[in-house]
Design a protein around this ligand. Structure first.
Ligand code: COA
Ligand code: AMP
Length: 630
């Protein structure tokens, strides 16, 4: 089958195409409707199918004779520990933890919030929630208490599952005080917290509310899978939008399972028994899809790595893990490879390891810049595949189908639209533009399986954020173009979302935090180019009249505020005091112009500008602090 045949089959006859893919999974009742509409008029896949994602990921593998195969390789250089967990053991652990959650009252449709480091119990908690037909919401461990509180209020979980701590490079991050502070701040109060005690830190448990994971499990018996409709949610994952409030992306059970299973072979060329490694975190969509669900739904062994590409202990860490578990495909963000390149520019580390099992490297999460692409290709001698996707879709919108018909890679391009995605480049009026012309990257409806059908608790926001700008299309929020061969080049966000070390963050949210400082009258946060992290935020602040603060003191206070409210991952290190900011006559800060100035790009001064003299001032300020890219 060629890419062209596969792709046109998916667009011309999506019913037959996706019905065939769905048949490869173990449904309780196979759907008779492949593509229907819900009460909001939104396209929904497999509407009357009955299934359970945990059954498809675990029990079905036992039935297929894979009980003794390793399901999860846990590798933790930061705690010096390893585990190889078979499908039989994982099923037992998941079924028992599901029993423990049920004893705490968790039932179908309830939310379970999971705030965990990269330990197997994180995956166990996700799968156990799915087993009960409940809905998990995993929150990345690098987020601070306030971010957690916002998510608790939005998802309203019955139970929170957490651990005593996470382990970063040379430091222990205690999670329990963050959980306590978040619950304190939140309006919604969970009934229970189940806490996994790690040897590196002991969490104090609050009588009546908190329960030790081990105690809960010892008192529980394994439970079976609860049947759910394909359209019942499996999880809600929060992602940054343009406002301070993150968006809860909803993922259906059935369509997600089908897309995960399909993509594992089509894009990544993985077969049952192979080892796949997504070096990410379960708190991000990459971790949900390709550390946990897709590999298990496909009978693979997956690596769950609690470490960094560098400093745990060195820049050969990725190659050591790839050798040890005979990883066939490795997936991470370009920033991870830039970190390795910085410490080991000649790729000495790779020479010490036998990578004969490794066939392909996949990258996503941010633009794969051509120098990083070339470097990784050169030192590994392997195909390096960039693919473009979002939390909203759960899998690659554009990719190179390594399991069907590999195409030549072009540096800077995420290759071609994946089957099911009718990708179009539109101008601001919604008209399609020709090859090599930049525009808004949109997807013609219907979206393929796994894409979000709504935003948790706020369908209006879903419509306004994704479907209303160009009727009949999903708006991705990314800009880009197609070349003469139809290859798609994603050039960056068209909104105020930035990508810091492959982590998606909202500058609007950071602005809200900075604006909360008593000395700040107004501010703008913009992403500037960074050699290691792709982008990092900087803040430009205007002081309230009559305020006298020392710039360094203010900077430390603002940086601390961001760490306190959002978390260290935001990586905001620099704030500058400006006398004025460029604005339109209607008072809107010209953030795009600020970004262009800081990134040393050519810019046009909009005719709507109120105070053109503010521009040279800002430029001088950024130059003085060496914050203008060359
Ligand atoms: N829990 C608590 N804190 C965390 C955390 C977690 N799970 N993850 C990161 N942090 C903290 C870090 O300790 C650091 O704190 P510090 O400022 O006090 O030192 C801060 O957040 C920034 O972390 P990070 O952006 O990861 O920077 P780093 O310098 O520690 O590492 C990289 C840089 C490039 C090595 C790292 O970002 C990386 O491996 N990225 C891979 C990308 C990735 O996984 N993307 C996910 C989508 S594919
Ligand atoms: P997230 O939802 O965290 O996965 O972030 C999605 C965003 O990351 C996209 O909207 C893009 O801006 C960016 N992104 C992800 N993958 C790529 C890629 N391969 N090339 C360019 N940008 C990417």
């Amino acid at each position: 089958m060629s890419y062209e045949q596969e792709y046109s089959a998916s667009i011309n006859d999506p019913h037959t195409f996706w019905a065939d893919k769905a048949r490869q999974l173990d449904w309780f009742t196979f759907p008779s409707t492949i593509l229907g509409k819900d009460e909001n008029g939104i396209d929904r896949w497999f509407t009357d199918g009955v299934m359970n994602t945990c059954h498809m990921a675990l029990d079905a593998n036992l039935a297929a004779g894979r009980g003794d195969q390793v399901a999860i390789y846990y590798d933790s250089p930061v705690t010096n520990s390893k585990q190889a967990i078979t499908y039989a053991e994982l099923t037992e652990r998941v079924a028992t933890f599901a029993g423990a959650l049920r004893q705490q009252g968790v039932k179908k449709g309830d939310r379970v919030l999971i705030y965990m480091p990269m330990i197997p119990e994180a995956a166990v908690a996700m799968l156990a929630t799915a087993r009960l037909g409940a809905i998990h919401s995993v929150v990345f461990g690098g987020f601070a208490a306030h971010e957690l509180a916002v998510r608790i209020d939005d998802a309203e979980p019955r139970v929170i599952v957490s651990a005593s701590c996470g382990v970063e490079v040379n430091k222990i991050i205690e999670y329990k005080p963050l959980v306590d502070a978040a619950i304190e701040q939140a309006r919604h109060k969970p009934e229970r917290c189940v806490i996994y005690q790690r040897p590196q830190a002991h969490a104090n448990l609050q009588a009546g509310r908190d329960l030790d994971w081990q105690v809960a499990v010892a008192a529980a018996s394994p439970v079976d899978c609860t049947p759910v409709l394909a359209t019942d949610p499996l999880y809600v994952l929060y992602t940054s939008g343009t406002t301070g409030k993150p968006k809860g992306v909803i993922r259906d059970n059935g369509s997600h399972a089908v897309a995960m299973h399909y993509s594992m072979k089509a894009i990544y060329n993985m077969n049952p028994g192979d080892t796949f490694w997504a070096a990410s975190d379960v708190g991000w969509v990459v971790g949900h899809s390709y550390i946990v669900y897709a590999p298990l739904l496909s009978g693979l062994s997956t690596v769950l790595y609690e470490g960094k590409p560098v400093r745990t202990p060195d820049a050969a860490a990725f190659w050591r893990v790839a050798e040890e578990y005979k990883v066939k495909a490795l997936f991470s963000a370009p920033t991870a490879f830039r970190a390795i390149k910085k410490e080991d520019p000649n790729g000495e580390g790779i020479k010490q390891h036998d990578l004969s099992a490794l066939e392909t490297l996949f990258m996503a999460g941010e633009r794969l810049d051509p120098p990083t692409y070339e470097w990784v290709k050169d030192i590994t001698g392997l195909p390096v595949v960039d693919h473009w996707w979002q939390t909203e879709t759960g899998w690659g919108i554009c990719a190179n189908l390594m399991g069907i018909d590999p195409k030549p890679c072009k540096p800077g391009s995420a290759t071609l639209p994946s089957p099911g995605y009718d990708v179009r480049i539109l101008d601001d009026n919604g008209n399609e533009v020709g090859p090599n012309q930049q525009g808004n990257v949109a997807i013609k409806l219907p979206l393929p399986p796994s894409c979000l059908p709504s935003v948790w608790g706020n369908h209006e926001r879903f419509l306004a954020g994704y479907l209303e700008q160009f009727p009949g299309y999903y708006t991705s929020g990314d800009g880009g173009y197609k070349d003469d061969d139809g290859y798609v080049f994603i050039m960056g966000r068209t909104d105020d979302v930035i990508n810091v070390a492959g982590h998606r963050l909202s500058t609007g949210e950071m602005e809200e935090v900075l604006a909360g400082h008593p000395a700040v009258a107004e501010c703008a946060v913009i992403g500037i180019n960074d050699d290691l992290k792709g982008q990092v935020p900087i803040g430009l602040v205007l002081l309230k009249d009559g305020m006298e603060v020392e710039a360094d003191t203010l900077n430390s206070e603002l940086v601390a505020r961001i760490r306190q409210e959002i978390g260290a991952v935001a990586c905001l290190k620099d704030t500058l005091i400006a006398q004025r900011l460029p604005k339109t006559r209607s008072g809107k800060i010209l953030r795009k112009l600020l970004r262009q100035i800081a990134n040393g790009e050519r810019y046009n001064i909009p005719s709507t500008i109120d105070d053109p003299a503010s521009i040279p001032e800002i430029e001088a300020l950024l130059r003085e602090r060496e914050l203008v890219a060359h």
